[in-house]
Every structure is written in C-alpha cells, then in structure tokens.
Design a protein around this ligand. Structure first.
Ligand SMILES: *[C@@H]1O[C@H](CO)[C@@H](O)[C@H](O)[C@H]1NC(C)=O
Ligand SMILES: *[C@@H]1O[C@H](CO)[C@@H](O)[C@H](O)[C@H]1NC(C)=O
Ligand SMILES: *[C@@H]1O[C@H](CO)[C@@H](O)[C@H](O)[C@H]1NC(C)=O
Ligand SMILES: *[C@@H]1O[C@H](CO)[C@@H](O)[C@H](O)[C@H]1NC(C)=O
Ligand SMILES: [Ca+2]
Length: 404
C-alpha cells in the first residue's frame, strides 16, 4: 500500500514541475528520486522486519512444541555460526540460536541469489544455500542455468539452454549469430541463450501462445494440454478426447456415456416418483407414465413423460444462447405453456416460447466451470384451461473447468 503512495508522490513531483514550465534541474529531480528511493528502501526494510517477526513467532511456537515433545533442552543455548557478511547487501536478524531465522537483503541494483531466509537447525547449521548479491540484469556467474525450464523433472542443469555463438570476423568487426530459438547474450556476444518463448509471450502479447500451458525447451517450446484433451494439429490448441467414442470410458450397460469437455460422465436416468403415478422407462433417457384411473387426480396431474437431456459446454461460454428446443409432437389441446420447474436453474436458465408449438431453454449467464447445472423444463398442454398433460425435460449441463 505504502509503496503505491510513494510512487504517486514521485510522479506528482515531475508533473507539477512540467506544468509550470519551470524545468527543474536534473539535480533537483535526482534528489527527489533519491528521497523516494530511500523511502522505498525504508519501507522494504520495515516490511521484511515485520515478516521476520512473524516468522520468528511461528518458529518459536514450532520449537516450543517440538521441544516439549522431545524434551531435549540441550541445544537451547547453542548457536549457529555467524553467517558470512553479505557483499553488496546485509543481514537482518541477530539471534543465531536454534530455530531462529536470519534474512538477507541486497543493496539496490543487486539481486539475491540463494536463500533469502535461513533457519538455524538443531544440527547448528543454517538451512538453504548461502546467498550472495549479483548485479541485477546480469547473467548468473555459473553459466549453466540462465533459464530454467518450467517443469524440469531432472535436477541436473541443462547445458543445452546455453550454446556458443558462431562468429565471423570481417575487416576488424565481428558478427555473431545464434541458432533459431536462441539469442545472443553476454557482454562479448560469445554466448547464445535459449529464448523463453513462454515467458516472452506472457509478458508482451495479449494473445496466448498455447491454449493451455507452455513449456519452454532448449531452443524451442511446446504446448501441453490438461488431462482429457489432446494437442491439436496446430500444436497450440487443445481438443477434447471423446472417451465415449474412443472406448476409453468405463460405463456399465445400464448407463449412458456422455462426453464432456475434458472428461466424460456415466449417467443413468431414474424415473421419477409422483404420488399415485407409476412410470416405465421407454428408452435410456425417457420415462412415460402408466395410464391413470379417470378419477385419480393425483395421477393425472403427474407428468405424462419425463425426458433426460445431458449437455456439455465450456466454461464462460458466451450467453444468452439457446441450449435446446421442445415442441409438442401432436397438439391435442388449444394451449401450450412453457416454463421452468422449481428454483434450481433460475440463476442460469430461462424458458421462452419460440413458436406456436415450440419452447426453448436459454442459458442466460456464462457458466463458470467446473460445474454441473440443472434445469427442469415443463411443457403443459391445456384444453379450455383444463390440464391435458405435462411433459418434463430434466436438463443437466456439464461445464468444463476450462474455456475449451
Ligand atoms: C514457549 O514456551 C515457553 C515456556 O516453555 C513460554 O514461556 C513461551 O511463552 C512459549 N512461547 C510461545 C511463542 O508460545
Ligand atoms: C543458557 O545460558 C544461560 C546464561 O547464558 C545459563 O544460565 C543457562 O543455564 C544456559 N542453559 C542451558 C540449557 O545451557
Ligand atoms: C390416490 O390413490 C388412492 C388409492 O389408489 C386414492 O384413494 C386417492 O384418492 C388418490 N389420490 C388422489 C388425489 O386422487
Ligand atoms: C469470460 O468471458 C468474458 C468475455 O468473453 C471475459 O471478459 C472474461 O474475462 C471471461 N472470464 C473468465 C473468468 O474467463
Ligand atoms: Ca471428453
């Protein structure tokens, strides 16, 4: 928070002076900048100090609990060796006893390499590698790891990320080139370093290099897709695998396989229970009511048929859009009514009439996945305001975790 305030101050200093057309000497500007820098440094220090205090308390608690468990008080007074002084930086924290932490901070213009925080272990040694400060923006002194690939399963350094450049000497000048995917680095252009296309794109482009994840490799990169997708032919996009088609599914005979984006579902339609009404399954995704006694009002008011509809969509799909339409196969009465049953789907769906004998289910908001949304669409047929029949469609919408 405070950092922002300081930054605003710096900007204001410049703007006011330009507005007055009273050009400040560069010395004045530099003084202002130096002050802001000082403030920032002070703020950074206090921030790290408070972080350190928090960590200290946490560590005390931790050691307290382990101590009371182990009952070994022998090391309580023992200290770790004083850490080497940090060149171009400094150490925060002077308590060197077991369980305490020290922190390291580099001077402006330097970057810390190694452990920013080190804990004094029971063995009286410090955790983590010893830190040092290197000039910001310069390659690491150890040439082997200027770029670390994102998920490198092998801990060994990958020297392929750095190569020697090819240079030609021509009339006193030298021209150096790199292979595709590498860029010249180093003060003398002697080294080619792999270009991290993933990082480059993330920083500079608004479009995505990969539909899902990008993995940088020596001299190139490749895109990876989440489980349930395969890489498209363009090597950038991700395509859903239709498990129901490819036979990778494991649904039982009684179930229906529904392909979804990034997976699949095994569904089984369950016929509903309504008072005085009984249903038979007429197909995998449809139940019809058995005939009612003419006097049995409860039975007559139960839906004549219940159909099941399963759909798969991607996350954040644009809305509103029509998901499907229902219509009466044959019209017996004089009126058809369409509506949503219950409250379950009201947040995401709405039902509209789309013709004389047709209604449609609309998705009204972009669905945020992963999610499974439900809606029940009812079509009722009336003759002189008397109910002839109700037809219900139970809709299940599988929303993928991704926008593809
Ligand atoms: C750790 O334990 C000591 C007593 O064993 C107690 O005085 C101290 O407050 C405890 N510290 C914390 C942070 O709980
Ligand atoms: C720790 O040091 C203090 C004095 O420095 C001493 O009084 C105390 O007995 C020591 N405790 C242990 C466990 O060595
Ligand atoms: C439901 O069925 C029972 C017996 O089968 C009958 O007595 C009752 O009237 C029916 N309920 C309605 C509301 O029709
Ligand atoms: C959803 O899509 C809209 C427009 O298509 C976009 O502005 C928004 O950032 C997207 N939201 C998420 C969470 O992807
Ligand atoms: Ca799938």
């Amino acid at each position: 928070m405070k950092e922002c305030v300081f930054f605003v101050v710096a900007v204001c200093v410049c703007q006011i002076s330009f507005a007055q057309m009273d050009c400040p000497s560069s010395q004045e500007l530099q003084t202002a900048l130096r002050q802001v820098h000082k403030l920032l440094t002070a703020h950074e220090t206090s921030y790290i100090q408070s972080l350190r205090n928090l960590r200290k308390k946490l560590n005390l608690l931790k050691t307290n609990t382990t101590k009371s468990n182990v009952k070994s008080g022998s090391n309580r007074n023992a200290t770790c060796p004083l850490p080497e002084p940090l060149e171009n930086g400094r150490r925060l924290g002077g308590v060197l006893t077991v369980g305490h932490e020290v922190h390291f901070l580099c001077s402006p213009g330097y970057e810390l390499v190694g452990s920013e925080t080190r804990v004094c272990h029971e063995s009286l040694s410090w955790s983590g590698p010893e830190p040092y400060c290197k000039l910001a923006g310069q390659a690491d002194s150890s040439v082997t790891s200027p770029v670390t690939p994102a998920p490198a399963p092998s801990p060994a350094p990958l020297p392929d990320f750095v190569r020697a450049s090819r240079c030609i000497h021509l009339q006193g000048s030298t021209h150096c080139t790199c292979e595709v995917g590498y860029a010249l680095t180093g003060t003398d252009n002697s080294i080619c370093t792999d270009i991290d296309e993933c990082e480059l794109y993330r920083r500079t482009q608004s479009v995505r290099l990969c539909m899902h994840n990008c993995v940088n490799t020596a001299g190139s990169y490749h895109c990876v897709c989440p489980h349930g997708y395969k890489l498209g032919r363009d090597y950038h996009s991700c395509q859903d695998i239709d498990e129901c088609e490819t036979g990778q599914q494991s649904c039982t005979q009684a179930q229906v396989c529904v392909n979804t984006y990034g997976g699949y579902e095994c569904v089984a339609a369950q016929c509903p229970h309504f008072r005085n009404a009984t249903y038979v399954k007429t197909s995998a995704l449809r139940c019809e009511r058995n005939p009612c006694m003419v006097w049995d009002k409860a039975c007559i008011q139960a839906p004549s048929s219940v159909s099941f509809q399963y759909m798969a969509v991607v996350s954040n799909m644009s809305a509103p859009r029509v998901l499907f339409r229902v219509s009466a196969a044959r019209l017996l009465g004089d009126t058809l009514r369409f509506g949503l049953l219950g409250n379950r789907g009201r947040r995401h769906f709405s039902v509209q009439r789309s013709g004389q004998t047709m209604g449609q289910l609309l998705l009204v908001t972009p669905p945020q996945g992963p999610a499974t949304l439900y809606a029940e669409v009812e079509m009722s047929e009336l003759e002189k305001r008397k109910l002839l029949g109700r037809y219900v469609t139970k809709v299940t919408l599988f929303v993928s975790p991704y926008t593809f």
